[in-house]
Design a binder for this molecule. Structure first.
Ligand code: ADP
Length: 578
């Protein structure tokens, strides 16, 4: 048997671990021993990306010391694999994770849907050669699925805990402000795995009974700490007993503007609140506690780890802040909302459960496809594998849509804003869709240099949905015109025009509704879908402060328009006012 045909056995072994999605360890161990075997490596290891750093996740042989995460900016062989997206072969390892610099090293990025999740690397005395890299890359794909599973699992567990917390809030009958804030601080600190949590209330919102709220209503000059929790092994003395709002700073700005504040690494941000930065805190998340009109306080969580809080955590804290705000006002209304939220948590967890088996199907079909190439299978057999893959992709897309729906309904779909060239994303999305059809021709016009501040992944979702529909609903083919134009200095206009079946005027208003499909149930439709795509497009664009609409003439085609502000109207990182 040739070496090529034997090798998938290693893969089978590594893939077998994926079936048990509840623990990621065994998969990674199988994967690493496959890497060592295939490359005759002395050691193999997986690094996971945590914000701007790489952290050791698993190693074979197991590493006995706990190596600290290394900043990507510090360079090194693995960091180069991340920044270039390419496999790096070094004669001498330049790596904080390899104690012996005389070893040769190979490192390949683990990329899932365009996002680099980590690095797979191996070392040995002799230099690695390019022909070996192919296997490392294939194994990195398996590693990608494992890392994503691990991430989903973590997120699920966290959501379940978050769900419980929200549920527990529903059982609070009477709110005694002082003890309530103290209890909230303890719960949030524990659930969010934070080092410190402070619940700050505006002095004028604190009932006089506590003896601390003696200022006139409407006075927003000072926040005082009513709840405080510290991790047991931490003694952090911050100067945060009170915040003088008039002196400015990130917390004051967050409170006054009702916009959350998030800092990924206070050590690198001189404007981060000094009271926390000076005591070794690195990540900070602060969320205003809403009042009837203006904010009535601030929830602050902090950690000594950098990048400890992601968008999900921010969304959770916002949910809690909303609940706390409501509880402080109307305990009864609150209980009902929390119950609904617990139900949604359950649905979310179930949808996540569906994802893993489909990802495993995909991984196995990739192995089959590879075998088909090596063994020169007949075209029709390879087409079958292609079809399985197509359908698995569709299932994943639908599960993703269901998850989005739940995030939207739970108010948890938050925007992760960054600046990027929208034109590049448009071109890339078109290329991806063009690969799926030969009957349609894309005609593209993109104004040069249209850079926006928006959620990149969500915008990609918008584009994919619109382009996908243009193909789906023009079954006869034809041209699809995609245009991205700058309207003025504040906004851009995206349009996708097809020559398909069009939409009757009575349906135009409703295509953006949840689950709406024209003619659903009246005739058999040639495609699968949930009627969620346009609803999600609509929500994403509106959350960016934009607008979507459609113009159509039945039988001739439809044009979908999206107008988007160049700067999305959500503040994530409040700049320091001081
Ligand atoms: P899905 O495509 O999954 O059914 P969508 O929310 O994306 O759901 O679309 C909702 C409905 O709007 C579709 O079922 C279809 O009837 C109609 N529609 C969407 N895009 C187009 C288009 N480009 N041309 C004609 N009809 C469309």
């Amino acid at each position: 048997m040739s070496a090529d045909l034997e090798i998938p056995a290693y893969l089978e072994h590594a893939l077998a671990g994926l079936r048990d999605a509840s623990e990621v360890g065994p998969t990674l161990n199988g994967l690493l021993s496959a890497v060592r075997g295939l490359l005759s490596a002395e050691s193999a290891y997986i690094l996971r990306r945590q914000g701007n750093a790489l952290a050791l996740m698993a190693a074979d042989p197991p590493s006995d010391t706990t190596v600290a995460p290394a900043a990507i900016a510090d360079g090194g062989s693995e960091a180069r694999a991340v920044t270039t997206g390419l496999t790096v072969i070094d004669r001498a390892a330049r790596s904080p994770f390899v104690p012996r610099p005389e070893l040769a090293l190979v490192a390949t990025p683990i990329i899932v849907r365009g996002e680099t999740l980590g690095v797979l690397a191996a070392t040995r005395p002799s230099l690695f050669v390019p022909s070996e890299v192919r296997w490392l890359r294939i194994l990195a794909q398996v590693g990608g699925i494992a890392l994503e599973n691990a991430r989903l699992l973590e997120a699920e567990r966290r959501r379940a805990r978050y769900g419980e917390t929200v549920g527990a809030l529903a059982t609070i009958e009477r709110v005694d402000v002082g003890p309530f804030c103290q209890r909230m601080a303890a719960v949030i600190n524990d659930v969010m795995n934070a080092d410190l949590t402070d619940v700050m209330l505006s002095r004028s919102s604190v009932p006089a009974a506590t003896g601390r709220g003696a200022t006139p209503a409407g006075d927003r000059s000072e926040l005082i700490r009513l709840g405080e929790a510290r991790r047991e092994d931490v003694s952090i003395a911050t100067g945060l007993e009170s915040i003088d709002v008039m002196r400015g700073g990130a917390f004051a700005a967050s409170y006054l503007t009702s916009a959350p504040y998030r800092c990924a690494d206070a050590r690198e941000n001189p404007k981060a609140p000094a009271a926390l930065r000076n005591v070794g805190i690195r990540s900070i998340l602060a969320v205003p506690i809403p009042g009837d009109d203006l904010a009535q306080g601030l929830l602050i969580v902090a950690s000594r780890q950098p990048s400890a809080f992601d968008a999900d955590d921010a969304a959770f804290l916002r949910l809690i802040a909303e609940r706390v705000g409501l509880l402080l006002r109307h305990a009864e209304v609150e209980r009902e909302r929390a119950r609904t939220s617990a139900r949604q948590e359950f649905l979310t967890v179930v949808s996540h459960e569906l994802k893993t088996p489909v990802a495993v199907i995909k991984a196995y079909t990739e192995v089959l496809e590879r075998r088909g190439e090596v063994a020169r299978w007949a075209d029709r057999d390879r087409q079958i594998v292609d079809r399985i893959q197509d359908q698995a992709d569709r299932m994943l897309a639908m599960i993703e849509q269901l998850l989005d729906l739940q995030r939207l309904e739970a108010g948890r779909l938050t925007l992760d804003l960054s600046r990027f060239e929208l034109g590049d994303l448009v071109r890339r999305s078109i290329e991806a869709i063009q690969a799926t059809t030969t009957r349609h021709t894309f005609v593209t016009h993109v104004d040069e240099g249209v850079s926006v501040r928006a959620d990149r992944r969500r915008m990609e979702e918008v584009l994919t949905n619109l382009l996908d529909n243009a193909v789906k609903y023009a079954p006869g083919g034809g041209s699809i015109a995609v245009e991205l134009r700058r309207e003025n200095s504040d906004s851009i206009l995206l349009s996708v025009a097809d020559q398909g079946i069009g939409i009757a005027s009575e349906d135009i208003e409703r295509v953006f509704d949840r689950f709406y499909q024209v003619g659903a149930g009246t005739f058999s439709r040639g495609h699968v879908g949930l009627g969620l795509g346009l609803y999600i497009v609509h929500e994403i664009i509106e959350r960016h402060g934009g607008r979507v609409w459609v113009e159509s003439s039945p039988g001739h085609g439809s044009t979908f328009f999206a107008r988007l502000p160049v700067e999305a109207g959500v503040i994530d990182e409040v700049t320091d006012a001081a």
